[in-house]
Design a protein around this ligand. Sequence first.
Ligand code: NAD
Length: 407
Amino acid sequence: MASDVFVDEALPRLDLAAKYSRASADTVDRLRHAERFTEVSIPVRKDDGSLEVFTGYRCRYNTVRGPAKGGIRYHPDVSSGEVRALAFWMTFKCATVGIPFGGGKGGVIVDPRKLSERELEALSRGYMRGMADVLGPDIDVPAPDVYTNAKIMGWMADEFDTIRRGRYPGVITGKPVARGGSLGRDDATARGGFVCLQQIEKKRGWNPKDITVAIQGFGNAGQHFARLADEAGYTVVAVSDSKGGIHDPNGLDVRDALHTKTETGRLPKQGKAISNEDLLELEVDVLVPAALENAVTKDNAKKVKADVLIELANGPLTKEADEVLAKSETLVVPDILANAGGVTVSYFEWTQNISGYYWKLETVHERLGEIMSDAFNQVYDLMQSENIPMRTACYAHALNRLADAME
Ligand code: NAD
C-alpha cells in the first residue's frame, strides 16, 4: 500500500496515547484492527440506460462502548484506508466525550455532482441494500458526511425499513426533523466548540469583550460559531469563505455578515479584505479553523499568533503543523473534542428515536453543554497533570475509557 492515512496517521496516534494511558498492551493491540470491514458493489442504472457499478465501504471499527457511529461520505477520493482511519477517529471522538457509541465510517467512490437526483437515490438505496446486514440501531448507526445530507439519510432509512419490514428511525441520524431528526442538530458542532471556548474563558478569567476571534470558513460550523461568540460578547474580527475574508480589528458586524451570506451567498463589504492565508496569521486571541483539512501547514504554523486554536474543522493542522504548535504557547483544542458537539447531538437523536420521546431545544442545549464541558475539563486536567499537548491528552483519555470497557 503506498500512502495509507490509517497506517501513517491513525496508528501512530494510538501508540502515542498508549504511553499516557492505563490501557493494557492487549487492548492497544486489539485497537490496531477494525472489528469488521465491508465492501460492496452497487450497480446503478443511469438515466441514459447505461450501467455504472460503484464501490461502497463501511468500517465498524469498535463497538465495545456501544453501536458504531460515523458518517457516510460520497467522494471520488474515498479509499478503504481513509474509511478505516475515519472510523478509528470516530471511536476516539465518541470515547472522548463519553457518549455510548463506538466508531464507524462509510463511503462510496463517486462524484455525486455528476449524478441526477434519481441516480443519487438509486445509489443511496443500493448502498443500504448492500449494507443492511451490517447496519442497525443496535450495531452501527450512520450519519451524513462530505456530500451526503438529510435527504440521502432519509432515502437510506426508508430502504432499511423496507428491507426489515418495520420502522427503525434509530438506524441513521442526521434525518430531517419531520422524519425523527433532533432539534438543535444544525448548530451542534459550533455549540460544542463554543462550550470549549467558554471553559477556557473561565480558566483564564477572560472578559469576552476583550477577546478577539478569527474564523476561517463561513459554512455551517463557522457561521454558527461566529453567531454564538458574537451573542456572548466576543469581538469577532475576521471571517472568511472560499473566496476570501473580511477583517476589522474593532470587530465585525456579525449579524450583517450572517444575513448577507444567507441572502447572497457572499460575505458583505466590511472592514478590509483579507486572504485566507493572512487570516490564519492574525494577531488574535482565538483562531477557529472551520473550513477544510490541512489549512495550517509546516510553512505557516510558525506564523500562528493566536493564544488558543479551536479545531472546528476535521484535521485542519497537518502532522508537521501540529508538531510545531505543540511546542508553542498556543493551546490547540483538538478536533475530536472541539467538533464532537455534532456527534453528541446525533447521540441525542438516536436516544430520542429508540425511546420515542422527543426533547425541547433547551434540553438539547443543556445536555450538550454538560457533556462538552465535562469532557473538556477531564482532558484539560490530564493535559496538565501529564504535561502533554491537549491532543495527546484527548487520545489518552479516550483510550482509558476504551480500556475500561474492554478490560
Ligand atoms: P460547510 O460546507 O457548510 O462550510 C465550509 C466552509 O468553508 C464554506 O464557508 C466554504 O466557503 C469554506 N471554505 C472552503 N474552502 C475554503 C478555503 N480554502 N478557505 C477558507 N474557507 C473555505 O461545511 P461545515 O459543515 O461547516 O464543515 C466545516 C468543517 O467542520 C469540516 O472540516 C467538517 O468536517 C467539520 N465538521 C463539521 C461538522 C458539522 O456538523 N457540520 C461536524 C464535525 C466536523
